[in-house]
Every structure is written in C-alpha cells, then in structure tokens.
Design a protein. Sequence first.
Length: 173
Amino acid sequence: MTDTLNPADLWPTPSGTGDQPAPEPQRWVWAAMEPKGRRSRMRELAVWVDWLRRTFELHNTISHCWYRHSAVVEHLTALYAGWMRTYAGEEAPGRELAEADWINTLHALTPRLKLAACATGTHQDPPLVVPPPAGSDTDFELYLTLSDAMSLEAAHPAAAELDRREAELNAPL
C-alpha cells in the first residue's frame, strides 16, 4: 500500500534484469503530456509538494494555489525530478554530496516559489500575457537577416588559448 506521506513510494521501483538496465525516469514536459497523464503527474507532484511544504516548513512560502501558477509548477517539477534522481535514483560516482546539493538547490529556488499576491491565502490570477505588437514577427526576421550579431563569422574569443591546448594535445611524442 502506498504511503501518501512518502513521495518516494509513488515512483516506480527500477526493475533492471540481467543485461536490461533499469528504465530512466521520464523527463516532465507538461505541454508534451496527454491530458490523462498530465492529471496523473500533477497528482503525483501535489503529494510531493505537500510533503515538501511540511518537511522543509515551506507552508508560508509555497501558496496553496501553487498549481495555478505555471512558473511555480515548473520550478517545483524541476525540484521533484531532481529529488527523485537524488534520493530514489542509482548512486553515481562523484555524487557523494548529491543530497546536500539538492537541498542547496531547494534553498536557491525557494524565493521563486513565493507568490506575494497569494501570500494571504487568497489566490490572485497571474497577470495577463501582453500580446506582441503588430509587426514584431517581421522585425524579428529582419534582425536575424540584417544584424551584425547574427551575420558575423564565427570567432571564439579565446581562439589563441584553444589553439595552444590543441597543439599540446597533438604534440609529437
């Protein structure tokens, strides 16, 4: 039976057998998911977000309406996918501090999870997207065609250093 207080129970157990490696957890691209899968994944994420709010005392940071804000959903999705790879994934060499790295990432993203407009417990819709002005597609295409930044020949700013390194690698024995 799944323990709703433990989000790791929601993730399938790797089942690699013999020569078959365990399947990699799928990346989460919300727009690419079918509606049924999107609803299922959102429920999975919601269980984890509830756990995250309690465990890290983020109940005053992550609003109850977090799922109505696409930017917050994307940040939480990234945190969840990283948490799964860190805590439920295979131990990889060189990842001895993976858990501490994940916690540092959580703290770095915490300000982006806070919604000042919804902090009082009342949801406020995100601002409307301002449509681009007429002709902006044409302006963009002109920029791509005429701009020096798009038409200059490729030149690495540290070409001399790259040449020295390549010469050292290809030095005669």
